[in-house]
Design a protein around this ligand. Sequence first.
Ligand SMILES: Nc1ncnc2c1ncn2[C@@H]1O[C@H](COP(=O)(O)OP(=O)(O)OP(=O)(O)O)[C@@H](O)[C@H]1O
Length: 669
Amino acid sequence: MTADGTAPDTVAGVLRRTAEDRWRIVGLLPRAGGPAVCAAVVVNLLLAAAPVLFVVATSRMIGWLPPAVRDGVDSPAFGHLVTAFVVAAAALSAQQLLAQLQVATGLLVQRRIDGWVADELMTAALGSVSTTPLEDQALLEQLTEASREVEHGIQSPGAAGAGMLALLARYGQLLGYAVLVGLAFAWWAGLGLLVAVLAFRHGQRGGLRRYAAIYGAVVARVRRLTYFRGVAMGRPAAKEIRIFGLLPWLREQYREAYLDWMRPVWAQRRRVYLKPYFLYTAVGLTALVAVLAALGLAGGDGQVGLTRLALVIQAVLAAVQLGEFYPEADVQTQFGMNAYRAVGEFRTGMRERTSTGDVATGPTVAPPPGRVADRPAGPADIRFEAVSFRYPHRTAPVFTDLDLTLPAGACTAIVGLNGAGKTTLVKLLARLALPDAGRITVGATPIDDLPPADWRRHLAVIFQDYLRYETSAADNIALGAIAHADDRDGIRAAADAAGILDALDALPLGLDTPLTGQLRGGVDLSGGQWQRVAIARALFAIRHGASVLVLDEPTASLDVRAEARFFDEIIAATTGVTTVLISHRFATVRRADHIVVLAQGRVVEQGSHAELLSLGGRYARLFSLQARRFATRSDTDLSDGDLSDGDLGGGPVDADGTPVDVGSPRSAR
Ligand SMILES: Nc1ncnc2c1ncn2[C@@H]1O[C@H](COP(=O)(O)OP(=O)(O)OP(=O)(O)O)[C@@H](O)[C@H]1O
């Protein structure tokens, strides 16, 4: 049952939902702007009138033809014939011109509506403080469906709006023909014609509506299809596909995904299209035959003159053609309405899944340059107090009563096995996920009390899966503090601190080079160079007021020398900034002021590198495991002295593999 209690498959239910969907699209029209919509309405009404006028004029031509032939070129009948011809020709030409104008005004309306809907969609998608609602697969499917149509603009809400306006031309025409038949012959015949054509139309359009419903029910399966197509044709996977010879496998996966998607649609096609089509065609034909039979009888009896006979026959034939599929409106309105329904459902879904504290308040854009965001006074410790958190649809919590302090102005390294919750900790800190229990405070202030946008302006976070923006190198750095994008010196300084300035300067357009191989004149970077650009982005944010730096696996792609110098070159540039460093690499971790070991959703050990080693616990075991591995490798494989100093492992070790602590804590640098 639907919300209004109407069973979805009853005629009333279908009519009601169709009317609601259409009304929603009509409600979108003002978004295209009054003048554009008015122009489109006028064009479509004229496009309705022109063919009707053509039928009238050509019928008059037929009527005047016998007397004109009989009386010669100087006769008034010939004059009427010429006038009718000119009107018919003008109506025909106008029709051609108006068809072009219909496309142009339709596109304008479509683009404006789609722009507005895309905006709505983005606002809804970013409307929650946390990213948790977007972990919900049902919601993600709605977002995918809605954004796909809006993006492609073929079956989008905007196309539906333009399609609705185009229907004015078709139904206006139909009404015109029915009125002509009514005036020239009989009103019951005009009505009969209307019924016949609408029955044909219903057979066509209803089939499309049912088809769209079946298609909509399996649309989630398109995702797999799109995924395999993307993998097969996209650049990122090109190497692996070749190396592992995956083309046959991919082809098979694609074929299976396609069949999985289309099979239910094919299975039902006959039911939804063919049977109703025959039914409504039979009804339409009956009504049509009745009208034409009555006309034939009246014509035979001499009750209807030549002009009127020609008029009615032409009107009926032209009207019958309107019982067909409308390429300029039908698919657009049907699928565009579905897309807009998906937008609405996504918005509602976001609202429902967004708890009260999860609604973004305040501006989400960066403040103008010069305006310092409200900030907690002075550097302050950040505390996780009895924080519990579990992802939706997961049974096991990531954290249970987590207590943790990130000391102000110090560098805290977070260590733990895969899946221990390190990245989740950062999401909680950035309010991209909200605790189920407990709280996070900065100084004495719970971060929940700060407007999310303001709190996030204090953070410079580079996640493991940081973004590689397809824009210039300078922009890639400036996006850390977008309001200061014109601070060219700052961008250069951040790039320099991240050790990437020379490489960027050497690009064809220097810092203005687009960082992508997909654009002409663009250049792609290596993984390590990208990582440095991302680090530079965070440093730029720090330069413009962020006071908490979070780097998730910042040295994962750095070469051995760069990793060894990471602290001296990068972390040194952020003295006094509260820094959180997540890393599996002890050469990076060991120099942090404070090290926290996470396991089973809690802090199991914490202290300095030396303290944790002397504790002989989990950290010491992990450290010596990594150090021993590399000590063995350095004995046998590595002859380069540079590599043995601060390499991928824990640094120097003594003869039996026990790590030797030579790393200076950050506070002592
Ligand atoms: N979006 C998500 N939805 C559901 N579960 C998730 C999600 N992200 C992470 N998890 C789960 O939460 C737990 C912690 O993940 P998290 O990414 O925080 O670990 P991590 O310590 O950063 O791991 P790694 O060292 O591999 O990066 C894992 O069990 C993971 O499977």
